[in-house]
Ligand binder design. Structure first.
Ligand SMILES: [Zn+2]
Length: 67
């Protein structure tokens, strides 16, 4: 992916909780009803090594189409 600020090539890194567990950061939507399941996916983080700009994207955006 290209950096939106400076145009350099960005790198995909993992966005994690800085706590002892170090769990990946996720996007989550609560279920609409008891028959629905919770929607959750990992957040991809693209960092620009030139200017430090960070872009976040949901790894599975299609999960949130009908929330
Ligand atoms: Zn940049």
């Amino acid at each position: 992916m290209e950096c939106m600020r400076c145009g350099a090539g960005t790198k995909l890194v993992q966005l994690v909780d800085p706590g002892p567990g170090g769990c990946p950061i996720c996007a989550r939507a609560k279920p609409k009803s008891i028959w629905d399941s919770e929607k959750m996916c990992v957040v991809d983080c693209y960092v620009c090594p030139q200017c430090g700009h960070i872009e976040l994207t949901a790894s599975k955006p299609e999960l949130f189409r009908d929330i």
